[in-house]
Write a protein of this length. Structure first.
Length: 253
């Protein structure tokens, strides 16, 4: 899969979380998210404890709160959807500041916000402490279908190439006096998008032929086999197992 490809979410560091193998962290995040989703929405205290657990992991990983919050802005569309639910979901109504709100809608909004925010925060911590190359290798070690891993790998590797191609095309348009200022310019932009697609497709064919000429048979070799120790597995499992204990406590109360 070639050399490491840094991404904007990754924050270089030497914390214990950074040192865990990627496949351990992937399993830990997946387990944590499953536990969060399985928690009843009425268990407000449980979601508070989950947030404390994530804050502790972020502190161990030395990921600043500001860095986390900026990366979590991707959740804004879901927040906007959740804020509409108290106004559109039918059911029992309650008055708040002179506004009639739906009780089922309020619980639904809380359910989306709480579980979505915790899931996004866990994903941000994972991306902040794991390089993309390591994530792909981790997925491969977890026996994810090889073709999916290869597609993701090439998508990441050549995204910058396509972006540079778009930038050069934009410069070429501006050098000819073109500025997109309205609907009448959409035709030029559509033609540019079509040209970009054709160039990308042709580049993909050239890359594939180059790989085949070098012995590619449909699978990519794994250059390093990192085996996680029991201590590393135990460290990674601490988050989901603690969350599971909280969830089971809620269900038994």
């Amino acid at each position: 899969m070639g050399s490491g490809h840094a991404h904007k979410l990754y924050r270089h560091g030497h914390s214990p979380v950074h040192g865990l193998p990627a496949h351990c962290k992937l399993i830990a995040v997946l387990g944590f998210v499953l536990v969060v989703v399985s928690t009843p929405r009425e268990a407000v205290w449980a979601f508070g404890l989950y947030a404390v657990l994530l804050a502790a992991v972020a502190a161990v990983a030395r990921v600043p709160a500001g860095f986390m919050l900026r990366r979590m802005l991707i959740e804004i569309p879901f927040v906007a959807f959740a804020l509409l639910m108290p106004f559109v979901v039918p059911g029992e109504q309650v008055q708040a500041l002179g506004v009639s709100l739906s009780v089922p809608g309020l619980w639904g909004a809380w359910n989306i916000l709480a579980k979505g925010t915790l899931g996004v925060a866990a994903s941000v911590i994972l991306a902040s402490t794991t390089e993309l190359r390591e994530l792909l290798l981790g997925l491969q070690r977890l026996r994810l279908p090889s073709m999916l891993v290869q597609i993701a790998s090439f998508m990441i590797r050549y995204s910058d190439v396509i972006t540079d191609e778009m930038r050069r095309m934009s410069i070429a348009r501006r050098s000819r006096g073109f500025e997109a200022r309205g609907v009448r310019h959409w035709g030029v932009l559509a033609a540019s998008a079509g040209a970009l697609f054709i160039r990308s497709y042709e580049r993909g064919e050239r890359v594939h032929l180059a790989m085949v000429s070098r012995g590619y048979t449909g699978t990519m070799p794994v250059l390093d086999q990192v085996r996680a120790s029991r201590v590393q597995w135990a460290s990674a499992a601490a988050l989901p197992l603690t969350a599971l204990a909280v969830c089971l406590l809620e269900w038994t109360l």
